[in-house]
Every structure is written in structure tokens, then in C-alpha cells.
Design a protein around this ligand. Structure first.
Ligand SMILES: [Mn+2]
Length: 339
């Protein structure tokens, strides 16, 4: 593990501190898993920790130990703000710019507390202590490395192990994505030795769906657009459709990956209308060297990783899809050459 000024941080952590642990908007398994694992670990070291995320997270992540203690800034802004203002140390996990956490970001910018970033996304902002590695598939894997570097692997029990496992499993698409390494599997093996049951975690995350969610998936897959000339598939979901299928937070998670299942296809995209505001949230997935981070950054005000990124469009659905199809034409050669 390479963290800037690590020895200094170790020293800071040698005395009990008031710590705030933050993760990104629309928290996923890696965001919640890394927050909880870090919370349990630091609490065991004698620190007082509070976890904050900007908005609500899916029900399928709430079974993890301590999940009910996570503050949601959208629901309790003044309390969250107080916590950030009074923090002596701030952990920034699974994201790397304060713009990913809405108004919490402004409180963080004002805070003079030292900030520790542990993250695997590209182009990080500058923080006091940084462990940034875009080759690692999950922030949770980095949390494991951090605890190891602190010399505390013995403190990882089944409860911390399940949180770390959740983040690794979800961010690697169940150990399928390219950056899943031998190190990832070794860490997972260690976690299993500490009592983590892979099937138990999997069942909590993936086998707790509502019938409506499956029907929604059927609807989305039924309307998938297949563009072999660009090796691309895309889907969309309007607010009206989401209302019809009683869509809950997290229900659309993973839909986008189906497009990559088509033989020889390398690019899959889903456009999902926001339930409150007039914009479309976009998820981009690719296989191989077609860089969706760059694509999302350049055209859709987003970013992420080479093979998985997010973005947004403030245009109407029709305008958004027109823009997207024009971009496919522009990138036709690249899409056809990608491997
Ligand atoms: Mn992540």
C-alpha cells in the first residue's frame, strides 16, 4: 500500500479521535461496505466514528452490521453538518472529489481537519493523506490493504470481513471484471478464513429482489436497442415506467451489464430518468480498452473507471439519445477496433 504521509497518519490514529467517514452520492456496495468496515475498524482502535452519505442507499445493503447507524445527509442535514464541523479527522472512501457528495462537500471544504482519501477512481483531488490506486477493483480491497499496513489484520473479524467482501463482490461484478486480480482472490480467501460465507453475502445482495424488480428488468430488456455496427447496446427507463413498476432505490443496479452479454459487443449504456428532477442519469459499461471514463467525462459530465462510469444529461430523452447515437458514429472506428 502506498499512502502519502502514512507514518504521520498512523501517529494521528494512535490517540482517540472524533472521526467522520464519508462516502459518495448514490452509495453502492463498495461505498457502504468501505464505510462500515472502516467504522468498525477505527471504533475498535478506540475512536469515535460517524458515517455520512449524501443520500439514501438500497435496502439490499442494510443487512450489514452497523448500516442503521449511517447518517443520510439529505434527511438530517444539520446533524450531518455538525458532525463534519466537529470532526478531527475525515475519511473519504470510494470517491475522490468533494463534488461527489453534494452539499456535504462544501462542509468538508471548510473543515480544517486532516483528510484521508482511500479510493480507486481516476483524477483525484488533493487531500492530506492519499491512497489512490486505479488498478484496484474496489475501495474495500484498499481498506483491507490499509488495515494490513496498520498491522491490524487480526482485528478483521466476520463482521468487518462481510463489509469488505460486499464491496469487492459488487465492484468486481462478482469477480468477473478485468481488474479482479490474484490479490483480490487472496484477500477474499483470507476473509473466508475469518468467517465470511460467500453465499450468505450473495443471497443478501442479489436474492432479495421484489417481483416488481424482475418485471421491470423484463421491460427494460424488452426495449433494448441493439447496434451491431457500433458493437453497442443501450436501454432507457423513464420516470413513468419506474412508477408503474414501483421502482425502489437500487432496483436498476446491474441492468446495464446485460448489454455486454451480446457476443462481440463492447459498449452498453442505460439512461434512467431521475424521479424528482428533469435529467437522465447514465451508466456506461465497456469491455476491454474502450474507455468509458473518458467518454462520460467528455460528453456527459461524468466519469469513473475505464470499464464503468456514470454521467448525466439534462436534455430530453429524445435529444439525449440523438446526441448519443451521433457520438457513436463519431467513435465508430474506435468502437470497432477496441479489444
Ligand atoms: Mn468503488
Amino acid at each position: 500500500m502506498q499512502m502519502t504521509r502514512f507514518e504521520e497518519l498512523k501517529n494521528l490514529l494512535s490517540k482517540p479521535k472524533q472521526i467522520v467517514i464519508l462516502s459518495h452520492r448514490n452509495p453502492d456496495g463498495d461505498a457502504i461496505g468501505s464505510s462500515l468496515a472502516m467504522n468498525h475498524y477505527l471504533t475498535r482502535l478506540g475512536h469515535k466514528c460517524d458515517m455520512i452519505v449524501p443520500n439514501e442507499f438500497p435496502k439490499f445493503l442494510k443487512w450489514m452490521d452497523g448500516a442503521k447507524d449511517i447518517q443520510i445527509a439529505e434527511y438530517s442535514p444539520s446533524n450531518s453538518r455538525n458532525l463534519v464541523e466537529n470532526a478531527e479527522l475525515i475519511f473519504i472512501l470510494d470517491f475522490n472529489t468533494t463534488s461527489r457528495i453534494d452539499e456535504v462537500g462544501q462542509w468538508v471544504e471548510k473543515s480544517t481537519a486532516p483528510k484521508v482519501m482511500i479510493d480507486h477512481h481516476q483524477q483525484p483531488q488533493e487531500f492530506d493523506f492519499m491512497y489512490s490506486d486505479t488498478e484496484i477493483p474496489a475501495a474495500c480491497q484498499m481498506i483491507y490493504n490499509f488495515i494490513e499496513a496498520m498491522g491490524h489484520l487480526d482485528l478483521i473479524d466476520r463482521s468487518i470481513g462481510e463489509c469488505i467482501y460486499t464491496g469487492i463482490m459488487t465492484d468486481t461484478g462478482n469477480f468477473r471484471f478485468k481488474n479482479t486480480s490474484a490479490a483480490t482472490h487472496r484477500i477474499v480467501a483470507e476473509l473466508m478464513d475469518k468467517g465470511v460465507e460467500a453465499d450468505r453475502v450473495y443471497n443478501h445482495i442479489f436474492n432479495t429482489q421484489s417481483p416488481d424488480r424482475l418485471r421491470l428488468l423484463g421491460k427494460v430488456l424488452g426495449s433494448i436497442r441493439i447496434l451491431p455496427e457500433y458493437r453497442t447496446a443501450f436501454m432507457y427507463l423513464t420516470r413513468k415506467q419506474q412508477l408503474k413498476y414501483n421502482t425502489q432505490k437500487g432496483d436498476t443496479e446491474g441492468f446495464v451489464n446485460y448489454g455486454l452479454g451480446i457476443d462481440n459487443f463492447i459498449f452498453s449504456v442505460i439512461f434512467i430518468e431521475d424521479m424528482q428532477k428533469n435529467f437522465y442519469k447514465i451508466s456506461f459499461r465497456s469491455k476491454g480498452n474502450f474507455d468509458v471514463n473518458e467518454f462520460a467525462r467528455k460528453y456527459f459530465n461524468g466519469g469513473g473507471h475505464i470499464n464503468a462510469a456514470g454521467g448525466r444529461s439534462d436534455l430530453t430523452l429524445k435529444e439525449t439519445l440523438d446526441k448519443f447515437e451521433k457520438l457513436l458514429e463519431q467513435h465508430k472506428e474506435e468502437l470497432n477496433k477496441a479489444e
